[in-house]
Ligand binder design. Structure first.
Ligand code: MV4
Length: 505
């Protein structure tokens, strides 16, 4: 096992990796920019190396600085976390050339999955279902027109070098395709310095699920179920859950086995995620593969009871997987809310600044992965993710109730956060029913943070139970008013009241 491991990241994920190192007896080394001198990950690590000024292009993204920090401290391995250099094949090669071990897949697998057209070829080779479309870039407008006609409208034009929603265009009719094609090409060129564009049939109102997997160097793979990731805003995930409300055991096995075949076809090693779109008939189609540990990995850990970061470090050190497919039992349900420093009342505008008060929930089934502390000044230089609130319970309904409870315990003062937005989501009837697709969050926001239930009967039932709940509260208040204020109950409710008032400041 490694003695020392360098963490080429910041924020909550760097803290997450520090924790895994500690538990495994590996000494964690942090790197930090000038904006992160007093960041939590720096405080928790054994050593920390300053790697440059605040902009990530001059610090966390500079390959040579990361390698030099590892060499200087004698770290034998580097964990890239997510974002930054985590899916950069050039970085993977540089780590290897320096005689260090990357906690991640080989550069060759990153390259295959980095190009969406070659990823589709790998998936087809593996026998996985892919969205109908091309596996080579379109050569001309004429080719785009001809292929769209055979695929059938609507279609999507996507940047081959893209992914995660960037450089994508929906085309609903033949009249739009010529201009969409040239726009997609110039967007792709501007974003990725690669104008290659390919075509896919458009799947209407799909759900988005992804399979977590991990493989060792001997070629053994295990899939750890799926995560439901349909709740996104502008291609940024906001809430994820495990398992997906639409996936049953039989479907999980089929999607999981497909995902493993795709990973195998790409020569994959270590933890990775294979994304699928699911249509309304529950057909699933390979979309892309993420060659890194993902933000939302904790909900898989909560449901499977496995520590993915421990396992990543073990397989990178050359050990075999510590569990087999038969050992993976999905138990209960977990949900993650990503708490961002953004203002939901103001189009999710970033809200950096000083955290004046911080109070995080705890209690049964609650897990917080946080990169912040009271008195920390959130810089504007990086992603605005502050912390992840994850809950686990025996059932999905119990997990949502627990989430609502945990969200009510949260208080972050001094900056705007997405907490209130999650409180509204956790109360939403359609969310509670598991009735949603990738368009849910946009509709939810457009409707003033609520969704209309098309089933009138349910609405009336719910209204009646709302009325009953209001009556119960009024009754309780009346009773409390009659009680002696010095009684224990009254004292407790005054604390609660104080908490609410101070949160509003
Ligand atoms: C699609 C699609 C429908 N049909 N491809 C968006 C992110 C990128 N990873 C792929 N995306 C989509 N690709 C076909 N052929 C719909 C989306 C999509 C989406 C996918 C996952 C999660 C949220 C989404 C929101 C809008 C569109």
């Amino acid at each position: 096992m490694f003695k020392k491991l360098l963490i080429a990241n910041r924020g909550e994920i760097a803290v997450r990796i520090v924790r895994a190192c500690r538990e495994m007896g590996v000494s964690p080394v942090a790197v930090y920019s000038s904006a992160d001198q007093s960041a939590l990950h720096v405080r928790l690590a054994d050593e920390a190396i300053h790697i440059g000024p605040a902009p990530s292009s001059e610090s966390y993204l500079v390959i040579e600085k990361i390698i030099a920090a590892a060499k200087r401290t004698g770290a034998e391995a580097i964990h890239p976390g997510y974002g930054f250099l985590s899916e950069n094949a050039e970085f993977a090669l540089a780590v290897e050339s320096a005689g260090l071990t990357l906690i991640g897949p080989p550069a060759s697998a990153m390259k295959i999955m980095g190009s969406k057209t070659s990823a589709r070829r790998a998936a087809i080779e593996a026998g996985a279902p892919v969205v109908p479309g091309t596996t080579q870039p379109l050569a001309s407008v004429e080719e785009a027109e001809a292929l769209a006609a055979t695929t059938g409208y609507p279609v999507m034009l996507k940047a081959a070098a893209g992914g995660g929603g960037r450089g994508m265009r929906l085309v609903r009719s033949p009249a739009e395709i010529a201009s969409a094609f040239s726009l997609a090409r110039s967007e792709a060129e501007a974003s990725f310095k690669d104008s290659s564009v390919y075509i896919e049939k458009y799947i209407e109102r799909p759900r988005h699920i992804e399979i977590q997997l991990i493989g060792d160097r001997e070629g053994d793979f295990v899939y750890l179920g799926e995560r439901e990731c349909s709740l996104q805003r502008r291609h940024q995930k906001v809430v994820e859950e495990c398992p997906s409300p639409v996936v049953d055991e039989e479907m999980r096995r089929r999607v999981g086995e497909s995902a493993v075949r795709v990973a195998r076809a790409a020569g994959y090693v270590n933890a990775g995620t294979v994304e699928f779109l699911v249509d309304r008939e529950k057909n699933f189609y390979f979309l892309e593969m993420n060659t890194r540990l993902q933000v939302e990995h904790p909900i898989t850990e909560l449901v499977t009871g496995r520590d993915l970061v421990h396992e990543q470090i073990r397989v990178a050190a050359g050990e075999r997987l510590s569990f087999s497919q038969d050992d993976i039992i999905m138990r209960g349900a977990a949900i993650e809310c990503r708490i961002y420093a953004e203002d939901p009342q103001n189009d999710f505008l970033p809200s950096p600044g000083l955290i004046k008060r911080l109070s995080m929930p705890s209690g049964p089934g609650v897990r917080i992965d946080s990169g912040i502390y009271e008195g920390w000044k959130v810089p504007l230089d990086y992603d605005s993710l502050l912390a992840k609130l994850c809950v686990w319970a025996e059932t999905r309904e119990a997990a949502i109730n627990r989430l609502a409870r945990a969200l009510d315990e949260c208080a972050i003062e001094g900056i705007q956060t997405t907490l209130e937005f999650f409180r509204a989501v956790s109360r939403d009837r359609e969310f509670r029913l598991g009735n949603f697709d990738t368009g849910f969050i946009d509709r939810f926001l457009a409707d003033g943070m609520k969704t209309d239930n098309p089933e009138g009967e349910d609405d009336r039932d719910a209204q009646l139970s709302d009325i009953a709940a209001i009556a119960a509260v009024l009754h309780a208040k009346e009773r409390a008013a009659k009680l002696d204020l010095s009684s224990a109950q009254a004292v407790e409710s005054r604390w609660k009241l104080y908490g609410r008032i101070s949160q509003r400041r």
